[in-house]
Design a protein around this ligand. Structure first.
Ligand code: NAP
Ligand code: MG
Length: 462
């Protein structure tokens, strides 16, 4: 695949000073498809300097003009949607139809939403004898993962640009190609030099240098809880703002009055989607004991249908990690009803769609984020028991509730310690705030709440 051999710095592609490279691998056939620079600390420093230099001009640019650039950015993404889908398929391994419907379509919608919000947001308000200005936080370090590689970039960069911030992006080492495509799109949208900068590189090198850089005002990170913790500690010590979107272990609660077949089928599809590499996936299905056997059978049948239709995991490390969790599930006494640890193919980082029954709340597979196509089905006695299990992990990112009556589902959802709940299969809303309770994160992305993360207030009294 075509790739830039430079980093996008101050409006142009320039060679990285580090001289190091990253091999980009297609997870379906394990072949190297491209090479990109692995930036070092000096490259990160140059990018932060460019972003700092561009900050006063961009912060002073009228919101209507920032909105116009974002609108051009949305249109440029839309014009290249097929190329976006092909790129994500090549570096992440997602089936092309899924790349088109999700990996390409969602970021276009999110970019459009920030073009609208930048145009409509009240960057100035009156509070009694004060005028409150909503000013950009400053230079943003955006550090993103590989699972929704363009969405996670756009969910940070679009609101940052709408707010008047400037950005240095360090995308995941596994998916740098769609980030390079995004940089081209930003360039073509007429965003001024230095406002957006891209440094491809390794987490512990480029990522860490960026998170620690004194020229950064806000670190916005999506990824593992382990790295998020380190970044938050570093940012805290420097009194920098931090936004974290971390892992999840979300509960899909099927109340006895629900349409069981629908709830189970949608629940299985939710977990298998993107090969289970979704932070908000409903990886724990909670079923009343009277319906348990029927639900397990439905889940087994549904998972079997996914057989060959899901893509691989992103890399060998993730494949090994997920297989390790499946082995652990068996070792801790859960009952395997579909899939298993044996890879379904010799080549590629595939894992079979896997369903565990007889999972109890304290088991590792019911507590830790697996990040693969693995569903745990748990049994509950009554509604209080279901709530205790649903809330019984360190995470709180998403969830689902199914019931015959919407009000019954809503009443349950209100008692869940989690940032998002889909009621009877409610659709994804790109304007709704997304983010975690408890250890799933700090802050919110998307919509007006996502924009607010990149703003700070200044009050003038009269
Ligand atoms: P990760 O290491 O946390 O990666 C996320 C981003 O942080 C990547 O850009 C990564 O760079 C960078 N990074 C890594 N170490 C860093 C450091 N010390 N300082 C600054 N940045 C750093 O996640 P992963 O290793 O790819 O995945 C491991 C697990 O994390 C998954 O199994 C899953 O449980 C979880 N995860 C969650 C999400 C989510 O959406 N919440 C997304 C991805 C993964 P590199 O690409 O070079 O590592
Ligand atoms: Mg990593």
């Amino acid at each position: 695949m075509k790739a830039h051999d430079g980093i996008y710095l101050d409006g142009a592609w320039r060679p990285a000073l580090s001289g190091e490279v990253i091999d980009v691998v297609d997870p379906v056939d394990e072949q190297v498809i491209a090479r990109v620079p692995a930036a070092g600390a000096e490259d990160v420093d140059a990018a932060v300097r460019a972003a700092r230099a561009a900050l006063p001009g961009w912060a002073a640019t009228a919101p209507a003009e920032r909105a116009a650039r974002l609108s051009a950015l949305r249109d440029a993404l839309a014009a290249r949607k097929d190329e976006i889908a092909e790129t994500v398929t090549a570096e992440l391994g997602a089936p092309l139809a899924f790349s088109q419907a999700v990996h390409a379509a969602v970021p276009i919608a999110v970019a459009g939403s920030y073009a609208d919000l930048a145009a409509r947001h009240a960057f100035e308000e009156k509070v009694g004898n004060s005028t409150v200005f909503h000013e950009p936080v400053g230079v943003v370090a955006a550090i993103t993962p590989w699972n929704y590689p363009l969405h996670q970039v756009v969910a940070k960069v679009a609101p940052a640009l709408a707010a008047g911030c400037t950005v240095v992006l360090k995308p995941a080492e596994d998916t740098p190609l769609v980030a390079q495509l995004f940089a081209e799109v930003v360039h073509d949208a007429g965003v001024p030099a230095g406002v957006f900068n891209l440094v491809t590189g390794l987490g512990p090198v480029a990522g860490q240098a960026l998170a620690e850089h004194p020229g950064v005002d806000l670190v916005s990170f999506t990824g593992s809880t382990a790295v998020g913790r380190t970044i938050a500690a570093t940012a805290g010590a420097a009194v920098k703002k931090v936004a974290l979107e971390l892992g999840g272990k979300s509960a899909n609660v099927i109340l006895p009055s629900a349409d069981l077949a629908k709830a189970v089928n949608v629940g299985v599809a939710n977990v298998m989607s993107n090969s289970g590499q979704t932070c908000s996936a409903w990886t724990r299905m909670l079923v009343h004991r009277d319906q348990y056997d029927e639900a397990v059978e439905l889940a087994r049948t549904a998972a079997a249908k996914y057989g060959d239709r899901i893509g691989p995991l992103v890399n060998a490390k993730q494949q090994a990690r997920v297989r390790g969790y499946i082995e652990k599930g068996v070792a801790e006494g859960a009952r395997l009803v579909a899939g298993g640890a044996e890879p379904p193919r010799e080549r590629g980082y595939f894992v079979s769609p896997t369903v565990f029954a007889d999972v109890t709340p304290e088991m590792t597979i019911a507590q830790e984020e697996i990040f693969g196509p693995v569903l745990s089905v748990l049994r509950y006695e009554d509604e209080e028991d279901a709530l205790r299990i649903a809330n019984g992990t360190v995470y709180g990112l998403a969830g689902a509730v199914w019931a015959g009556d919407e009000a019954e589902a809503v009443a349950f959802a209100r008692r869940m310690d989690t940032g998002q709940v889909d009621i009877n299969g409610g659709r994804f809303n790109p304007l709704a705030p997304f983010g975690g309770y408890k250890q799933s994160g700090v802050g919110r992305e998307l919509g007006a709440h996502g924009l607010a993360e990149y703003l700070q207030t200044k009050s003038l009294q009269f």
